[in-house]
Design a protein around this ligand. Structure first.
Ligand SMILES: Nc1ncnc2c1ncn2[C@@H]1O[C@H](COP(=O)(O)OP(=O)(O)O)[C@@H](O)[C@H]1O
Ligand SMILES: [Mg+2]
Length: 408
């Protein structure tokens, strides 16, 4: 067979043409591959990043799981230190010699400190701040009240009495000892609503250096159902620790009312609280540096057991203020209120027969508000006369709705 004719166009010399073609092709391929490599590299970085994130997350979850799996700590108190160890008493009262986490600040590991203990080894894991049971620390008012005797209008006799009963024994206990006189443990302030009972108790606390622990009877009865007795016990414990201290139980009728037939479990609960209160009052000496002040609008409701000697054996009675007392109260509350010259406090005091201190204060607030609303910079006699009319009407309304409606 003849060889096919050589076609100049199509027949290329392989030894010359094919290397170029394959170089081109290889170059394209290389470019593609390097692009792909770049892409894979990016992908790799991305995945590495994601992997790191997931690892972190896994660690976090691991830790969370560990936390959830740790057994609860036991709470105890340090009693003593013995070398590197500590003697602790747990909440059941059992005493142990335990080891101490080395990380902890030695200066905090002192007798009396509240600590968390490992459940198995009972070694001290952490020092807790020395707060009290949240029940008590939630209710107590440890800050000194701001009320002072000079904020109180009238009541000179009552101020004298409470200072004698509370302040004097704190200031000169030795005098009482010398004379063999037992200062009262408890003082009961009685009187109609809004006459300054709470003020009086706060003012005497303010005038002494004593820790002030305040408690409202009605709150105790409602908020801490089933816990009233414990609250009272812890309150007195705290007072003894922080002595000299004044415990103030406002509205004591809510926990100290007469033991009648007990119909509901709520009543029985109030009874338990009362019994605990009586036990606490009997449980400390009069010179213990703890004084109890209680206040009530309704002394007739109180269980007589509370009024026995050695309990609330001093009663300070406040009555509705007479005209001089009312004038004094007007003066105290108008102290910072700019008044027109025409305003006659004496006349207003005479016109407010039967008003309590709280009602007089409302009159002044009402008068002040109307001056402010009119953009005047002084209260006028007219502001006061309309405030008096408003208050008078409120008082009449409240007679229909019961005397307490004004104060609630
Ligand atoms: N004798 C008073 N002197 C000055 N303000 C008084 C007097 N009595 C009552 N108030 C005013 O009335 C408010 C309520 O008084 P408070 O002491 O709580 O009365 P109570 O405890 O007897 O119900 C006080 O914040 C005070 O502004
Ligand atoms: Mg009060």
């Amino acid at each position: 067979m003849d060889a096919p004719p050589l076609d100049k166009e199509n027949t290329k010399i392989p030894s010359y043409q094919s290397p170029k073609r394959s170089i081109d092709k290889l170059q394209v391929e290389m470019k593609e591959l390097s692009e792909k490599a770049q892409q894979l590299l990016t992908e790799k970085l991305f995945l590495e990043n994601e992997c790191a994130q997931l690892k972190k997350r896994a660690n976090r979850l691991d830790e969370e799981l560990r936390n959830l799996r740790t057994p609860p700590y036991v709470i105890g108190f340090i009693q003593d230190r013995v070398g590197d160890n500590a003697v602790v008493r747990n909440s059941n009262g059992t005493v142990f010699l335990v080891s101490v986490n080395r990380r902890l600040d030695e200066s905090l590991l002192i007798p009396g400190a509240r600590v968390a203990l490992n459940q198995d080894s009972l070694s001290i894991i952490e020092v807790l701040d020395n707060s009290w049971d949240p029940l008590v620390s939630g209710t107590e008012i440890i800050e000194k009240p701001l009320t002072t005797f000079s904020d109180i209008g009238g009541l000179d006799e009552q101020i004298k009495q409470i200072r004698q009963a509370i302040e004097l024994p704190f200031e000169r206990p030795e005098a009482f000892r010398e004379f063999g006189i037992e200062p009262p443990k408890g003082v009961l302030i009685t009187g109609p609503p809004g006459t300054g009972k709470t003020m009086l108790a706060k003012a005497v606390a303010n005038s002494t250096e004593a820790t002030f622990l305040g408690l409202v009877g009605s709150e105790l009865a409602q908020k801490y159902i089933g816990e009233g007795g414990r609250m009272v016990r812890e309150l007195f414990d705290l007072a003894r620790k922080r002595a000299p201290a004044i415990i103030f139980i406002d509205e004591i009728d809510a926990i100290g009312s007469k033991r009648l037939d007990m119909a509901t479990s709520g009543d029985r609960e109030v009874q338990r609280t009362l019994m605990q209160l009586l036990a606490e009052l009997d449980g400390f000496e009069t010179l213990d540096d703890v004084k109890v002040i209680a206040a009530t609008n309704r002394p007739e409701l109180l269980d007589v057991a509370l009024l026995r000697p050695g309990r609330f054996d001093r009663i300070i009675d406040i009555e509705l203020p007479n005209s001089e007392g009312r004038q004094h109260i007007f003066e105290v509350h108008c102290n910072n209120v700019p008044l027109d010259k025409q305003v006659n406090i004496r006349k207003m005091a005479i016109a407010t027969e039967g008003y309590s201190g709280a009602e007089i204060k409302s009159i002044i607030i009402e008068a002040g508000m109307s001056a402010i609303a009119d953009y005047r910079n002084r209260c006028s006699a007219k502001d006061f006369s309309s405030a008096l009319t408003i208050m008078d009407r409120k008082r009449k309304d409240s007679l229909h709705n019961g005397p307490d409606s004004l104060y609630s």
